[in-house]
Design a protein around this ligand. Sequence first.
Ligand SMILES: [Zn+2]
Length: 479
Amino acid sequence: MKKIVLLMALFLMVACQAEEISDPIVSQVYEEDAYTDSDLDEYKIDAVLDDEKRVIDVNQVITYTNRENVDLDKLYFHLYPNAFSKEAQPSITGNTKGVENFGAIEVSSIIIDGQVVDFNKGPTLTSIYVPFDFKMGQTYKIEMAYQVKVSDTSERFGYDGGIYNLGNWYPIISVYDEDGWNLDPYLSIGDPFYSDMANYDIHISVPSDFIVAASGYTIETLQTDLLTYHFKGDRMRDFAMVISDQFEIIKESVNETDVYLYYPKSLKKHKWLDDALAYGVDSIRLFEEVIGDYPYKTYSVVLTNFPSGMEYPGLVFISKGYLLNSQASLRNVIVHETVHQWFYNIIGDDEIDEGWIDEGLTTYFTAYYEKELIDEDTYNTTMERYQSRVDAYGFDDIVVAKTSYEFDNWNDYGVSAYSKSALVYHELYKAYGDDKVREFAKYLYENYAYKILKEEDLRQSIESVFGQEAGKILDTWWY
Ligand SMILES: [Zn+2]
């Protein structure tokens, strides 16, 4: 059970089923819980946004434990805002015309267990490393001071039209796995991320009329000259925020989760806002039933300046442009990004080497929402559309199981990692039925929640639930 503590009396207006939060700046705070897994690394971040300069000054303390079975002589960090620097131009989208402010993270100091250490540029523009003796099983306190410069971009990271999109905005430790360090750059195709679960404790101070949507839940807000939000994020692969002085919020609860829709005030009269919130709510309800528990207190759907949709733990970016598109496309993108809470976040994968795993499962279960909450015809039409895309491209020419480096362009990526990768599950559905598909979804959750799902794990899971014969379908479809 969650106890919700209202910091001050809220005048709750009921608009359809959604509660309107009339003082969204304060919104509501939750009782602080102990971390579900206190053995994870913790990122403790204290950030101050200077809205005039578009910079964020940050002190970050990571409690890091070397959980690998070797001693490490260095630690790498991704500094993704550097992908939006002048040096990185042309940008990943080429969408930087008229950009005056470029992005960067400028690290001023790193201190490990009280000792000031040197740090060096890594192999890519978006990485640095600290040489240090990290003994197996030992825990270290890593303090970093840095400034984040926010670029004029409406991307995962950037400022546009009064809204800050802060995805991948802080130094995050690179994954060390059986292949060693994963130091991939910020690739232009796919979602170029791969990260370990961690716990987050975030303070962010903003001008007092600003609202912060975040991956975690609010445990307190403090009003001085600035407004400080204090968030906690429990067992997440990342921590994103969207900040603006233009947001209004509506909210609805489902099971143990409060779902929020943040939208710019200028869209207040838009007729689909309640529907947008409902797509988030219905997705959480359906996929908790079909796949497994959504483990967080809050889920935030943020309508922002962004080209499409983007998933982060507990929070998704949705282009506000979908409100001018069709209602079906708005539904589709919100359901899709919500399914990613299970595939990418809870059940993780290496999105650079095997991004087709989370995109394929997510695309399939987005259609599954249509089957369950609309009708079977809509689901079948979606599958036929994917099939004709695949056929038009040439079935045999499409290899699903490949890395982001091997895709020619977004079209190639889309038809492989999304359409053809999703159709495999439709083949399994046709051959084995709905009960088996649900058993499979639960099997993945039970065996891989909070872990990394790899191609061989996925194959083993499919064969274990559907039988050895199902492996033949994979041979036809994946390679
Ligand atoms: Zn996706």
